[in-house]
Design a protein around this ligand. Structure first.
Ligand code: CTP
Ligand code: MG
Length: 244
C-alpha cells in the first residue's frame, strides 16, 4: 500500500461520523421527522448511513428526535445494520437524543462520540445522495486544514440588495461556494469551536463558521451536483427519482 493510501486508511480508522437526524422536517410536512420519511422504501437516514459504512468510517453517532430511540434501534441496529463494503467494517452505530437546534444535536453527538476520534465527519441526514467518495475526500482534505467542507460552486449570479430592494453590488461568482455537508473537522478543533457561548452558537449557520471565527483554516471540497438537501416535497420527489 503506498504511503498516502496508508495515511488515508489511518485517518479513516480514527474517524467518527456524526449524522444529525433530529430535526422535525416541518417544511417537508410528512407528519414525522424527515430522517424517518421513506425514500425508495427505506428511511431517508439509511442512505447516509450506507454511504458512511461504504466509505470505511468505523463508527457513527446519530442524533435523533426524542422518543425515536427504540424505532431507530429496530430499523438500523437490529437484523439489518448498514452493510459494510467487502473487506470493510460493520458500522458501529450509537443513537443519541438531539437538541432543540442543529448545533445542539451536533454537540450531543460529539459528547457521545467520546475522546478517541482524531477526526469527526458531520453530516445532515437530509442529504441522502451523499457519496462514500465525498466522505473520504473531505477527510483527506484535513491533511492541511482544520476543517474541510463539502461545497457546490454557485451557478446563479449573486447580487446584494438593500432593504429597499435596490441592488448595491454584484458578487464575483467564481469565488462563491454554497456550503453543504459532510464537513470534516479535527476533533479537538470542533470541540473547541462548539464550546463557544450560546450567543455565538445561536448566530452560527454552520459548524465551520465557528472554526473560521476562531482563526482556523477551512478548505472547500467540491461535491457532486446531486448532494442537495431534501427540504421540501419537491426535493423529496427529485431525490426519489434519482435514487430509486
Ligand atoms: N437537525 C438536527 N437537530 C435539530 C434540527 C435539525 O439534528 N434540532 C438536523 C436535521 O435532522 C437535518 C439537518 O439538521 O438532517 C438539517 O436541518 P433541516 O434541513 O433544517 O431539517 P429539519 O430541521 O428537520 O427541517 P425543517 O427546518 O423544515 O423543520
Ligand atoms: Mg431545520
Amino acid at each position: 500500500m503506498p504511503p498516502t493510501d496508508r495515511a488515508s486508511e489511518q485517518a479513516l480508522l480514527q474517524s467518527v461520523a456524526i449524522v444529525v437526524a433530529a430535526g422535525s422536517g416541518e417544511r417537508l410536512g410528512a407528519g414525522r421527522p424527515k430522517a424517518f420519511v421513506d425514500l425508495g422504501e427505506r428511511p431517508m437516514l439509511a442512505w447516509s448511513l450506507d454511504a458512511v459504512a461504504a466509505a470505511g468510517v468505523p463508527r457513527a453517532v446519530v442524533a435523533i428526535p426524542p422518543g425515536y430511540g427504540a424505532i431507530a434501534e429496530e430499523l438500523f441496529a437490529g437484523d439489518d445494520p448498514p452493510a459494510p463494503v467487502e473487506g470493510g467494517f460493520p458500522l458501529g452505530l450509537v443513537f443519541v437524543e438531539g437538541g432543540a437546534t442543529r448545533s445542539e444535536s451536533v454537540r450531543n453527538a460529539l459528547h457521545a462520540a467520546g475522546p478517541d476520534a482524531a477526526a469527526v465527519l458531520v453530516h445532515d441526514a437530509a442529504r441522502p445522495m451523499v457519496t462514500p467518495d465525498l466522505f473520504t475526500r473531505t477527510l483527506a482534505a484535513l491533511a492541511d486544514a482544520d476543517a474541510a467542507i463539502a461545497a457546490a460552486r454557485v451557478t446563479d449570479t449573486i447580487k446584494e440588495a438593500g432593504a429597499d430592494g435596490i441592488v448595491v453590488r454584484t458578487h464575483d461568482r467564481s469565488r462563491l461556494w454554497a456550503i453543504q455537508t459532510p464537513q470534516a473537522f479535527r476533533a479537538d478543533v470542533l470541540r473547541r469551536a462548539l464550546a463557544a457561548g450560546e450567543d455565538v452558537l445561536a448566530q452560527a449557520t454552520d459548524d465551520a463558521w465557528l472554526v473560521e471565527r476562531a482563526g482556523g483554516t477551512v478548505r472547500v471540497v467540491e461535491s457532486p451536483a446531486a448532494n442537495f438537501k431534501v427540504t421540501t416535497p419537491h426535493d423529496l420527489a427529485l431525490a426519489d427519482s434519482l435514487l430509486c
